[in-house]
Design a protein around this ligand. Structure first.
Ligand code: FAD
Length: 397
């Protein structure tokens, strides 16, 4: 329940302004909540005198059956859905079918256009749309307010977020607001025989895979990195329901605004987590000036250039180029690793690539255990030879 400390309340009225359900009122110069209050918590964070608090109790497991549906947060930037949202719809469809429950997509934004239809084509049965100017760009406060309120009213069973910068910000905020569990960076999601979501992720530095359950809270929530699951092909014949959500965001509730967007990746540069081909180098490169040798191979193939963590830690490449557990998870069609040993933390970020080529002069390097093609040799000889051959083939064409 919502507790209002009448001693502390100064009747400033901010909670009345931010309540997405018009449930807060000033009565006799004190705040009061009526029966429309959903305990979404939007008022708590804005009260300047901490007069409001919510006593949240764990959901009684006998009430879990009231929580239905698998939801995916449909993140988008500049009118373009993030690929990870589509990948999660693919996995979400599988989970929803196993549970016999609907698959929902949660779409927040302004002038969202045809995005609801695209989500339906990728597997959503219901798209919950909140289209308001204050949601035009992602902000932690506005997005948390709307999604938390939606969870409280609609009671989904599962909610999945892409482990993007924004997803990693939003998931924990909602978990903290509603006191829910959240598993970060899952690499596997399954339903067990008790209909619980089994959330698998690497633990202890990637040396074991942990299976995590949320037995006490609903919805069960997880973030998943891009490229862990494959996005389904769109089916233009699919139909679904578009539900406009009546949860208003008030300006007073949003204390941050986007002043400027700075794109870290140079214009035209291929991103390791989006490119079809990726060439990386590791400590075997020995000196930053040698990166040019590997960059030439990437250039000939029109592949993205990346590196292992030591290369990034030494400042030889940018963090967005790092492949692995604490970098990007990638699944390109072709992955060429030059002078990378294949530590577990590197492998978890690239082992789902379609074809893996390892160039390493140590025949016992672990990278060879996951590679389709192992070239045991000196990268300073092998890579220039590959570049030469590619140039020759191109010239012939
Ligand atoms: C919590 C945690 C998170 C981490 N996250 C990541 C991550 O995201 N990504 C990541 O990559 N690592 C990560 N690491 C680090 C990881 O454990 C390894 O230390 C790292 O991957 C090793 O990088 P490397 O393969 O480039 O270097 P090394 O292990 O030193 O391997 C260099 C390889 O180059 C070969 N070589 C040397 N000379 C040549 C030559 N002339 N020609 C051909 N081959 C040659 C060697 O045989 C060797 O196999 C993480 C570690 C921890 C603890």
């Amino acid at each position: 329940m919502l507790n209002i400390d009448k001693e502390k309340c100064t009747a400033c009225g901010i909670c009345v302004k931010v309540c997405p359900f018009d449930a807060m009122h000033l009565v006799n110069e004190k705040a009061e909540a009526d029966e429309k209050c959903t305990l979404c918590g939007a008022c708590l964070k804005v009260c300047p005198v901490d007069a409001l608090s919510i006593e949240r109790k764990r959901v009684d497991p006998s009430k879990f059956k009231d929580y239905k549906g698998v939801w995916v947060w449909a993140e988008h930037i500049d009118g373009q859905l993030r690929n990870v949202a589509l990948e999660l719809l693919g996995k979400g469809r599988e989970l929803a079918d196993k549970l016999g429950e609907p698959l929902g997509a949660v779409l927040l934004g302004h002038n969202v256009g045809k995005l609801p239809e695209v989500l339906i084509q990728h597997g959503a049965d219901i798209v919950y749309v909140s289209d308001q100017e204050l949601l035009a760009h992602y902000t932690t406060e506005a997005y948390t307010d709307v999604i938390a309120a939606l969870i409280v009213t609609e009671k989904p069973n599962i909610l999945l977020y892409g482990a993007t910068a924004n997803g990693r910000d939003l998931g924990p905020r909602i978990a903290a607001r509603l006191i829910l569990g959240l598993t970060a960076d899952c690499t596997g999601l399954e339903i067990d025989d008790k209909r619980q979501l089994v959330q698998t992720r690497p633990a202890f530095g990637g040396n074991i895979m942990a299976s995590i359950l949320s037995p006490y809270t609903r919805p069960q929530m997880a973030t998943v990195r891009p490229n862990v699951f494959k996005a389904p092909d769109p089916d233009t014949s699919r139909t679904g329901e578009i539900k406009n959500v009546d949860i208003k965001v008030n300006k007073a509730a949003v204390r941050t605004k986007i002043v400027e967007t700075i794109i870290e990746i140079e214009e035209g540069a291929l991103k390791v987590d989006e490119a079809e081909m990726v060439v990386t180098c590791g400590r075997g490169i020995k000196d930053p000036k040698n990166i040019e040798i590997v960059a030439e191979l990437a250039n000939e193939l029109n592949a993205a250039l990346g590196g292992s963590r030591p290369i990034v830690d030494q400042g030889w490449m940018k963090h967005h180029q790092q492949v692995g557990q604490s970098g990007r998870t990638i699944a390109p069609k072709l992955y060429i690793a030059c002078g990378i040993s294949g530590a577990i933390q590197h492998l978890v970020g690239m082992r789902t690539s379609d074809i893996i080529v390892a160039i390493n002069n140590d025949p016992d390097a672990p990278i060879h255990t996951v590679s389709d093609v192992s070239i045991i040799g000196d990268l300073f000889k092998v890579v220039p030879a590959l570049v030469k051959e590619l140039k020759r083939v191109k010239a012939q064409k």
